[in-house]
Ligand binder design. Structure first.
Ligand code: HEC
Length: 138
């Protein structure tokens, strides 16, 4: 009996620490986590560009693309202002643009066109800031 209880207690601990790492029930926290991942990704792409490491750049692009699903999903509404009808449509549009320019960046890197890749980077950053400026209330 003691053993069973101990096993249960350990199980509970494991579950609660997993939940702390990836809160499933609060889309807002998950989206904020994705925002930070996007920032990481942008930094990684930039670092890759400055050190001429195409692998690093591509890894950053992949990291960025990994977050786009949540930006495209309905869950994004949880971080958007409720009083702005256009906000959700706008979020979907920026997510699409992020996808398009990040796909294009991979193509540019693989073709050795760093000038194009830099343009793509600028466009990506524009999507972040244009949403932040329009939608964030600060
Ligand atoms: C569709 C809108 C939208 C787009 C696109 C967007 N963001 Fe955000 N971002 C938000 C909102 C809304 C918040 C949270 C505002 C608040 O503080 O309540 C946020 C917050 C953040 C934060 C702060 C997270 C925290 O821990 O508080 C970072 C960092 C961030 N975004 C990075 C990015 C980067 C990098 C990109 C582009 C690759 C990006 N965002 C694109 C809407 C967007």
């Amino acid at each position: 009996m003691k053993k069973v209880l101990a096993a249960l207690a350990i199980g509970m601990l494991l579950i609660s620490s997993l939940e702390a790492a990836a809160p499933k029930n609060d889309p807002r926290l998950e989206l904020m986590q994705d925002m930070r991942t996007m920032m990481d990704a942008m930094e990684q792409i930039q670092r890759g560009g400055l050190y001429s490491s195409t692998d690093e750049m591509k890894a950053g692009v992949k990291k960025l693309q990994g977050t786009l699903k949540s930006l495209e999903s309905e869950e994004v509404k949880s971080i958007l202002p409720k009083d702005q009808v256009y906000a959700y449509k706008f979020a979907q549009k920026t997510a699409q643009m992020l996808r398009m320019y990040s796909d294009d960046m991979i193509v540019s890197i693989e073709a050795g066109r760093m000038d194009n890749a830099l343009d793509d980077y600028t466009q990506l950053l524009k999507q972040c800031t244009s949403c932040h400026i329009r939608i964030r209330n600060w």
